[in-house]
Design a protein around this ligand. Sequence first.
Ligand code: 13P
Ligand code: SF4
Length: 376
Amino acid sequence: MSETFLGTPVMIIDRAPAPGRSERGTFCTDLPPAADPDLVARAAAARQALDDRVVILGHHYQKQEVIQFADARGDSYKLARYAAETGAPNVIFLGVHFMAESADILTDDGVRVILPDLAAGCSMADMADIAQVEEAWSVLQSVVPGQVTPITYMNSSAAIKALTGREGGAICTSSNAAGALRWAIAQRPKVLFLPDQHLVGMGISLDDCVVWDPHRDSGGLTDDQIANATMILWKGHCSVHQRFQPEMVDAVRERVPGVRVIVHPECRYEVVQKADEIGSTERIIRAVSDSPPGSKWAVGTELNLVTRLGIENPDKTVVFLDRTVCFCATMNRIDLPHLVWAMENLLAGQVVNEISVDPETKHWARLALERMLQIT
Ligand code: 13P
Ligand code: SF4
């Protein structure tokens, strides 16, 4: 369907919701231009006028221009907890799609969750689709029936979270993966971990792991390899954290004598092995903030967070582990024009870009998320 806007033909997008991932996209013809000098004032006015009709949750990777309007900031775990506890009728989520979906799963049915730009996805979450995971699950059940617990990283679709809940598994985040794995191993002898192959690099021997490649028959594994493995890791990764290389750790140690290197567990195994500390975004922030004045840190995670850490810790040296720019492009899609657009529409009584998971998917996905909240 096409219409005109300011004399220019535009397409009206009629989105068909995918199973387990329903959303109502609104074509934002009235998006304020990024150069609008009044944007900050418009955002502040809309925020104030909305009062307790909305709570704004923001992930640490968000840009300063929007995170300044967040009522609460956190890593994906903390934000899931905030969402589960919020009493507000509307949640605006400054983060990426899987986080907003998790917020919708954890909130009551009447709560509307808004993602200001629906294009804010996650390349890692997109590396596992539900059809591939169903296929993998059915192969594992035929080779090692009843022996596998699925543990799914928060960075995944609602449909995959639902499969996890239905099959007796749990969700985990970067801050509680080790605890979730201990819990899983106590249930059944093997774990299917998806969709990040790196996250379990903390404390598990590589000899116990095999990698499931969703683009090959039977994941590219023989029945014997599956039968002998404890951990079956999905072949997925974060395109942002994958950029950090082990040589960068050596280089920064030379460049900044006395530096401590702290990295996110999504970094590749060789980088994690060389780092002094590993932690979720929340843990990285705590480690730097709690360190004594004069401490030196090299941080291997997304650049918005690292830049903010440097500004908020002027008595410490905080450097980025990579020497080139490394933002999460999809996180960066949430900008001030989209936030203003979402808030002003809400004020006008219109919910735009609502993330709404269907009831059946929500039921099972919630079970998997609640298991995470109970076990960690
Ligand atoms: P956290 O769980 O540390 O918030 O990480 C989420 C994420 O997407 C990191 O890339
Ligand atoms: Fe996804 Fe990586 Fe961006 Fe996190 S940093 S949202 S894992 S692409």
